[in-house]
Design a binder for this molecule. Structure first.
Ligand code: G6P
Length: 548
């Protein structure tokens, strides 16, 4: 596909944007008492209320035309059938296979039934998790394992860490799971201070087993283990790996049976459902891990089969494009009103920005439109006392997704009602805003003089008409969290398909890696740096001076 600007629906949306310029969401609600009902839809334990958007029936009709014209139906079929939709790496994209229903027994990709591989790995995980929790697996001095440190970065870290944290209420007793990612030695140093080598297992998660940060931290962990009582022959009792590069993991000292496979058809940022999710399974047990997979599968089925007009990832993806490309929104905020889900924006940030941070169309031409937005956010209500000011009165349009459960995990006092009220009041305030007349009246009512009103009222004006979605679920469970993350995965795919880009490669990351190695070599040698830019030369000099 070429540029989406060539699509008829895109051109019609460009015209339609002008028609909508003077339409306020408040008037859309006033004109249609059924608006909320009409623009609410459900799937996989989630209700999406998308009524607070700058959209009417025509907008939504044109957005549906857009996804159809962009070939989403074919793209979905391609993904679910294992076609090589990652064209630049000539790979299938099959995170959906990792959570396929037990009722499906085959998904043939390039002559291999990938479901067999997936299921045998799940069985291997089951065994490992059971051995750890039952106490059958013991450390080198015969003690029970109390801690697992997961070492990985990027997709081999964020997803599992965020989901493990989100599922805190489901944690099994006995084993505490920690995560190390950063090459900054402070990360691993801090975690090693918490644990005992006799009772700790390290899980090294790296699809390639070639990532600098992960290998450096894995080596540091092994050195620490060896210098604190462990011997080389004990390494296999305390180290396991998740990787598609078995040879490198064996060379590290892992026993073959402690290496969990993954495959090139799983992208890093989509891999938490594979054995990369092992730390999650250890933290919450395999039963909950299966629930997580099942929730994601429910969303997959919804995405695959529901009409686009009722399809959550399609609606959210298309509305996102409406704001990014037709309203110049540069960012998109995710605000979970759930303490355990507070790190979710970071995972979706990686998922979306690594997937859709692209400037080249599938056919190799440069894009003519904006693509993936900056994804950011954080937990409500904390953000209300920080960056929400910009959401309400800043000059930028920031579409927001509010995510909130109906029931809390920790019901104390009026906390949950207050949390819920705050969530609703934010989306309401973003939509209704405050007019100059309202601000003036407020000041008048509080006894301000005319001069004071004239001076202050303009500052109290809140433009309103700012869009948001609200995602509601009964409770944050493994299944609903699985479905939620799958929803965002598919939303990303919908947008990538509309823009005509490959959401599944990440060549941009490579340049930083290559240059990082080059500079490192310069820091630790007497190389001639005169060909480098003056700034980099000076910074290298500063580093070397500090070492001498
Ligand atoms: O799992 P690994 O091979 O160690 O890769 C870890 C990460 O490396 C890179 O930064 C990629 O861009 C990520 O997508 C990947 O998840």
């Amino acid at each position: 596909m070429g540029s989406p600007t060539e699509l008829t629906a895109w051109q019609k949306l460009t015209e339609h944007k002008q028609e909508m310029a003077s339409v306020n969401m408040k008037s859309l609600f006033a004109a249609d008492p059924k608006r909320a009902e009409k623009y609410t839809t459900q799937a996989a334990g989630w209700t999406l209320d998308y009524a607070k958007n700058r959209a009417n029936e025509k907008t939504l009709g044109l957005l549906t035309d857009l996804v159809k014209e962009a070939g989403l139906e074919k793209a979905i079929k391609g993904m679910f059938s294992g076609a090589h939709i990652n064209n630049t790496e000539d790979r299938s994209v099959l995170h959906i296979a990792l959570r396929a229903s037990q009722a499906q027994d085959s998904l043939m990709v390039d002559g291999v039934n990938v479901l067999e591989e997936v299921r045998s790995t799940l069985k291997q995980m089951e065994k490992f998790v059971a051995q750890l929790h039952s106490g059958e697996w013991k450390g080198y001095t015969g003690k029970l394992i109390t801690d697992v440190i997961s070492i990985g970065i990027g997709g081999s870290y964020l997803g599992p860490k965020v989901v493990a944290e989100a599922l805190t209420p489901y944690e099994k007793d006995g084993i505490k799971v920690h995560f190390v990612a950063n090459i900054d030695g402070s990360d691993i140093t801090g975690k090693l201070k918490l644990v005992n080598p006799e009772t700790t297992v390290f899980v090294i998660s790296s699809k390639t087993f070639g990532t600098l940060e992960t290998l450096s931290n894995a080596n540091a962990a092994r050195d620490w283990f060896l210098s604190n009582g462990g011997s080389q022959s004990d390494v296999s009792k305390h180290f396991a790996a998740v990787s598609s590069n078995v040879k490198k993991a064996v060379d590290f000292g892992m026993a073959k049976e402690n290496i969990f496979p993954m495959w090139d058809w799983v992208g890093g940022r989509y891999s938490l459902w594979s054995a990369i999710g092992l730390p999650v399974a250890i933290a919450v047990g395999m039963d909950n891990f299966y629930e997580l997979l099942d929730g994601a599968h429910q969303m997959d089925e919804h995405f695959r089969t529901a009409p686009f007009e009722e399809n959550l990832p399609v609606i959210m993806g298309a509305l996102g494009v409406w704001y990014i490309n037709f309203h110049n929104a540069q960012t998109h905020a995710l605000i979970p009103y759930d303490h355990y889900l507070r790190a979710m924006p970071a995972h979706i940030q990686q998922l979306d920005m690594e997937s859709n941070g692209k400037s080249t169309l599938l056919n190799g031409d440069g894009v003519e439109t904006d693509t993936g937005p900056i994804i950011w956010g954080g937990a409500g209500t904390n953000g209300q006392h920080a960056y929400h000011q910009l959401l309400h009165q800043g000059t930028r349009l920031v579409p927001v997704d509010f995510i909130v459960p109906l029931a809390p995990h920790n019901p104390i006092g009026e906390h949950h009602a207050q949390l819920f009220a705050n969530c609703l009041s934010q989306s309401q305030a973003l939509m209704v805003g405050k007019t100059l007349e309202q601000a003036q009246q407020e000041l008048r009512d509080s006894g301000s003089t005319d001069d004071q009103i004239a001076a202050i009222a303009p500052h109290k004006v809140i433009p309103g008409n700012r869009p948001s979605n609200t995602l509601l679920t009964d409770k944050m469970t493994p299944a609903t969290i699985g479905a939620l993350i799958a929803l965002y995965e598919h939303r990303t795919f919908v947008q990538g398909t509309i823009w005509g880009i490959n959401s599944f490669d990440q060549w941009g990351v490579e340049l930083g890696k290559v240059l990082g190695t080059d500079i490192y070599n310069r820091l630790v040698s007497d190389s001639d740096n005169s060909a480098l830019d003056a700034s980099t030369q000076a910074l290298i000099k500063a580093f070397k001076k500090a070492q001498s």
